[in-house]
Design a protein around this ligand. Structure first.
Ligand SMILES: Cc1cc2nc3c(=O)[nH]c(=O)nc-3n(C[C@H](O)[C@H](O)[C@H](O)COP(=O)(O)OP(=O)(O)OC[C@H]3O[C@@H](n4cnc5c(N)ncnc54)[C@H](O)[C@@H]3O)c2cc1C
Ligand code: FES
Length: 251
């Protein structure tokens, strides 16, 4: 879905990571990395955001595949948790592999453990679970199990690496792409990705695609195109906060 916090605010894409239709609730889990997500994190209970639109894009393929390996990296663990729940509800055996830079950045591991048939944890620094990358664990899991599908959600470099390991073992990998999105309707062209040499818009055609056909190099390059502007916007926000936020409450 795409949310906008306030009039004049940027639109940002976030994933629905849980829902309770009876109560009319959805859950989002987000990482504060730039201006809008930091502002979102500052909101108090009872405050409201201006608007949101969703769910957008194509629904994920959901059926009994057999044995599915779900790989989640960083904040990508939030949508993977939701997926594990859905896959289990239609009878799949789910082996989950989650990873983060360190144990403090690893989210939802208790919930993942509860839902998965098997859970493996990897941290880059070895502070929790196995020291190393999720792909090291995936390689071993694929060597020891007959796996029908891999689903990977996380940083682009992780999804590219997972796809590589999957291909080496002859297993299909589905990835959830996170290009920069603006309108979420297929009109602005911001989320353009190349999949199987064809132009696709992740907001309407995705966000999920077969990893094997995704041009990850192009995606990485396109995701870097506003780095300067994003850093400048964060600096302005921080400066605004330091010099006048406490005195005037100015945002
Ligand atoms: C389909 C999709 C689902 C996502 N789901 C989640 C989620 O559930 N939880 C979560 O924490 N994050 C999620 N993200 C990433 C989230 O959209 C960005 O973290 C957020 O837009 C950053 O905005 P900012 O203003 O805080 O930071 P900025 O300073 O604007 O950006 C920091 C970094 O975030 C990325 N980014 C910025 N704007 C966008 C944008 N409009 N679209 C995509 N990436 C952007 C860029 O790589 C950039 O380098 C998702 C992204 C996509 C495309
Ligand atoms: S976000 Fe504009 S085309 Fe997809």
């Amino acid at each position: 879905m795409i949310i906008r916090l306030k009039e004049g605010g940027e639109r940002i894409p976030l994933t629905i990571s849980g829902s309770d239709p009876k109560k009319g609730l959805i859950t989002i889990i987000f990482q504060e990395i730039g201006k809008t997500t930091i502002e979102l994190g500052r909101m108090e209970e009872g405050e409201s955001i201006l608007n949101l639109v969703g769910p957008l894009g194509m629904p994920a393929e959901l059926k009994n595949f057999g044995t599915v390996v779900c790989v989640g990296g960083g904040v990508g663990i939030a949508p993977i948790l939701y997926r594990v729940k859905a896959l289990k509800s239609v009878g799949n055996r789910v082996i989950s592999i989650i990873g983060a830079r360190n144990k403090d950045l690893l989210i939802l591991h208790n919930e993942m453990k509860e839902l998965s048939d098997e859970l493996h944890i990897a941290t880059d620094d070895g502070t929790l679970g196995r020291k190393g990358f999720v792909t090291d664990v995936l390689d071993e899991v694929l060597a020891e199990n007959r796996v029908d599908l891999i689903i990977a959600i996380g940083p682009v470099v992780m999804m590219r690496a997972v796809t590589g390991v999957g291909s080496a073992h002859g297993v299909r990998t589905v990835v959830s792409l996170n290009p920069i999105m603006v309108d979420g309707t297929g009109m602005c062209g911001s989320c353009r990705v190349t999949v199987g040499k064809k132009v696709r818009f992740a907001c309407v055609d995705g966000p999920e695609f077969d990893g094997e056909f995704v041009d990850f190099d192009e995606l990485l390059q396109r995701n870097r195109r506003y780095l300067k502007e994003e850093a400048a916007s964060l600096m302005v926000m921080r400066a605004g906060r330091c010099t006048c936020f406490e005195e005037t409450g100015c945002e």
